[in-house]
Design a binder for this molecule. Structure first.
Ligand SMILES: [Zn+2]
Length: 92
């Protein structure tokens, strides 16, 4: 069984059915952060700033939004490959 975001949203909201998830990006309709929303952007910005501070090998972070409904979907990180490899070698 694959556990996806829908699984956990349904767990939190037992009466949620499939109609409560967007068709375009399969996100829970009631929640989410939106492209162009200033408050949401502040949260996204703060998250990215913290991520950059916590992970020195991350060069930049790009927030991705659903092209259809504008819901925030994920952060894409560009990683400094040289630094990452050094880190992995140390870990092993
Ligand atoms: Zn969408």
């Amino acid at each position: 069984m694959k556990l996806d975001r829908k699984y956990f949203e349904k767990k939190k909201n037992p009466d949620a059915d499939d109609n409560m998830f967007t068709k375009c990006c399969n996100e829970y309709k009631k929640g989410g952060m939106f492209k162009g929303n200033k408050d949401d952007w502040k949260l996204i910005e703060a998250h990215i700033e913290k991520h950059l501070m916590d992970y020195p090998s991350v060069l930049n972070v790009e927030p991705k939004f659903c092209e259809e409904c504008g819901r925030f979907l994920q952060y894409l990180c560009e990683i400094d490959v040289n630094q990452t490899q050094g880190y992995r070698e140390k870990d092993n």
